[in-house]
Design a protein around this ligand. Structure first.
Ligand code: DI6
Ligand code: FE
Length: 411
């Protein structure tokens, strides 16, 4: 019997606990209780220690399903403007790489971010974050990487933190200055990497950096440059992750694994050796089906090899203005099922349990007493529907730390 009343208790829905290594961990006619932002009961209604009204200040009777809050472990959510015009060019035949080499692509977003002050950047980014929250996200990773100078990278990271504060969600920030070569360093990529490494300690000291990432690709940075970025991260005790093997196999996954990386992301072109290195290092494969879809890619990540080797697969939106203007993690789950043939259960684990691991977080991602009270109450009969429906409004209530943060009422 609880000595102190719980803050909230929902009784009746099916709990999708994701307990254990496989299966949904379903509990029919469940009860979910929380206090001080932490789950205190995630089990059957019949296992409650007393009558609901005696346990909690607020008791809600409900149907539907409750899952852990979704965790979007790879986004470039903070940016200014958009690149719809490039999308049109690509549909007329130009490739992503051609546009990037001609000074468009990431660099066009860099120009827009450099021209935006902090409040403007926040105002442009908040609606995107609200959309992700409305469809179930309670934790977001947000990268820098469209500033590419000290002040602009710092501004992006500060805006990322402010997004979290404004919406009551957890935001993990990732330093991605090694995203593209800014024009003032044209022909001097090694000098730019020196500069980007030089900015990191001050940003870290300000509490703006939770992890470090790089874009290892023939149109971005080579393995030696990536390695230098990782060494700088390691010297500060920061974890690393990597945009690896998205457009070509550059050995990125193995490099991320060598540094004990939290994750290697995209990984469409990752080799068998890369998969083995990730398995040995415990590095998560972050699948980004939105970018695959929008770029009309055909090369699938080595999904069976990941499964066989026991590499956990996360799913994220990659929300960005160039390759993945995607504002729903549930939609990313659907794309992962359709394009990558993940099962709906794998997609849900990918957006919860494995996404938490890709961010180095062990206090969320399942429904279990002691974990954060981050959860979503869905208008669905079975969790497979989360990987099934395209669009629509399925989230009835999104809770972070026990507080209802979305979605806004339908109008
Ligand atoms: N890979 C991606 O998919 C994004 N960044 C990256 O390194 C795309 C970023 C963009 O095109 O703006
Ligand atoms: Fe990305």
């Amino acid at each position: 019997m609880a000595t102190e009343r719980w803050d909230g208790l929902i009784v009746g829905p099916t709990l999708v606990t994701l307990a254990g290594d496989a299966g949904y961990g379903l509990i029919e006619d469940g009860a979910l209780g929380w206090r001080d932002g932490v789950l205190v009961h995630a089990g059957a209604r019949s296992a409650l220690p007393a009558a609901p009204e005696a346990l909690a200040a607020e008791v809600v009777q409900a149907s539907g399903c409750i899952t852990p809050g979704l965790i979007d472990c790879h986004t470039h959510l903070v940016f200014a403007g958009n690149r719809a015009a490039e999308f049109e060019l690509r549909l007329q035949g130009a490739s992503y790489e051609e546009i990037a080499r001609a000074g468009g692509g990431i660099l066009s977003s860099v120009r827009a971010v450099r021209a935006a002050d902090e409040d403007a950047l926040l105002a442009e980014s908040l609606p995107r974050a609200r959309a992700l929250v409305a469809d179930g996200a309670t934790t977001l990773e947000i990268k820098s990487g469209y500033g590419l100078d000290f002040d602009s990278e710092r501004r992006m990271l500060r805006v990322a933190r402010r997004v979290g504060e404004a919406l009551g969600i957890a935001v993990r920030t990732t330093y991605l200055a090694a995203h593209a070569l800014p024009p003032e360093y044209a022909g001097r990529a090694d000098d730019y990497i020196d500069a980007a490494i030089g900015w990191l300690p001050a940003l870290h000291a300000e509490g703006l950096v939770d992890a470090v990432d790089a874009f290892a690709e023939r149109i971005a940075f080579d393995p030696a440059q990536t390695r230098r970025v990782f060494e700088a991260a390691r010297a500060l005790g920061l974890p690393v992750k990597l945009h690896a093997d998205q457009l070509s196999d550059g050995g990125g996954a193995a490099l991320a694994a060598e540094f004990g990386g939290l994750s290697a992301d995209h990984v469409e072109h990752t080799s068998e050796a890369g998969v083995r290195a990730m398995a040995a290092a415990g590095t998560v494969a972050v699948l980004l089906p939105g970018a695959f879809h929008v770029l009309r890619e055909t090369r699938l990540p080595p999904l069976d090899a990941f499964r066989a080797a026991g590499v956990p697969m996360a799913v994220a939106t990659d929300c960005n203005p160039g390759t993945s203007p995607l504002l729903s993690l549930r939609q990313a789950m659907q794309l992962a099922c359709t394009h990558f043939r993940l099962t709906p259960e794998e997609a849900l684990r990918g957006a919860t349990v494995h996404a938490a691991r890709a961010l180095g977080l062990d206090d969320r991602g399942r429904l279990r007493p002691g974990l954060r009270a981050d959860f979503v109450h869905w208008d669905v009969r079975a969790p497979a529907e989360l990987g099934y429906w395209l669009g629509g409004r399925l989230a009835r209530g999104v809770y972070a730390g026990g507080r209802r943060i979305g979605p806004p009422p339908a109008t």
